[in-house]
Design a protein around this ligand. Sequence first.
Ligand code: AMP
Length: 481
Amino acid sequence: MTPDITTQPFESDADGFQEECAVFGIFGSKEAHILTALGLHALQHRGQEATGMVTYNGDEFNVLRGVGQVGENFSSGSSALESLKGHIAIGHNRYSTTGLSEVRNIQPFLTELAFGPFALAHNGNLTNAEKLRNSLIATGSLFQSTTDTEAIIHLVARSHQSAPKDRLAEALMQVSGAYALVAVVEGCLIGVRDPLGIRPLVMGTIGDATILASETCALDIIGADYVRDIDPGEMVIISKDGVSSVRLTEAQPSRFCIFEYIYFARPDSRLEGRSVYSARKSIGKELAAETGVEADLVVPVPDSGVPAAIGYAEASGIPFELGIIRNQYIGRTFIQPTEAGRTSGVMLKHNANSEIVAGRDVILVDDSIVRGTTSKKIVAMMRAAGAKKVHMRIASPPTTNPCFYGVDTPDKDKLMAALMSVEDMAEAIGADSLAFISIDGLYRAMGEANRSSDTPQFCDACFTGDYPVKTAPSHSSGDSA
Ligand code: AMP
């Protein structure tokens, strides 16, 4: 049986918040717990609300999960971290926008199934989770969390296959959507990517140990060598006998999330063979070619707009300046659940560098406009600092559709670009002009001749509404990861 994948779009008005998370796994190191804590540190940008780790020493499992960032839970030399002994470890960072993270939803999950312990961590969102959950509960499953991930565990528990990895494979045949998974079962570390490869998962090595991680920056931090990206629809099984690989679905064109390049991934990561930093710079160059305007300065909205602004400045010949300074001790303002919180968060996060912008015509470059909260505040801040003209340039096409595959975007009725024209948006944010890169320009910046209309090379549903997974999303089943 193959998962329910098609290139047909679907109509949906589902609401709710999504999460973008990080996974990390390591097999074959006495320092698995320390390397996992470091890997999770490098992946902190993907989730700051909660973190967790499960280790296995060949005899017993240890688990530690907590609300807050990695450093708060796994500080170097702490007795908590030292208690997590073992040669295998998996870890997870969680990023939710729904407010307080319920402790019961913090991953990795560790459960006792018929064949023994099973530990699992997930980045992504299952689009048929609600349906699965309802039918599993109706037939006796007892859910311990409100996450979509837990459905996978119940499906593994019910599988009639005998080998645990076959049970996981069978469970995954029944789920739709986006997933990058790391699991520990029967002394093996397992990694799996969804059939379209929407979310990233890379493999590396350090000494005799093998690593799986959401991004290559987690390999760099521990001095590991990058080996390859896990293929879409591939399951890798890492054991003392080495690495084996099983293809769970027939090969098909991948639909990697283009927003990972635009915003989510760290600029020093390489995903699917591309440098995130270079991709962002190219987007900035293309943006300048498409939306050029006369000005004195190109100013990035830090940090997310920096590489694109560098590209914009390079292509336009307009000087690049840090006209906005970011307070590095403030987290992502986007995750604030209320408008008031988001607004004050934006004020705390950025301040105008008046010396630079006063009396100048400024091009502001940011990666995206979602609700418009950031742009409104930043434009007002530039004016208050004395900027003469403020032109806003955005390094992605207008975000007109929610993501159902694990990136946090609000419902359509809160997406500024879904509600008004670009001209009206410019007025609403108070800019002298506003322009976005086109979808074709974005594909050109990614090195593609154009966006293939039959099978687009990326998942770009947030900009096009072209959802690559047919199954309608099910937010109400709970949190994704
Ligand atoms: P907004 O202020 O609602 O328009 O959000 C846009 C800002 O949030 C941009 O500066 C982005 O850098 C950032 N952003 C965009 N998408 C996301 C996301 N899914 N999660 C967190 N931050 C985001």
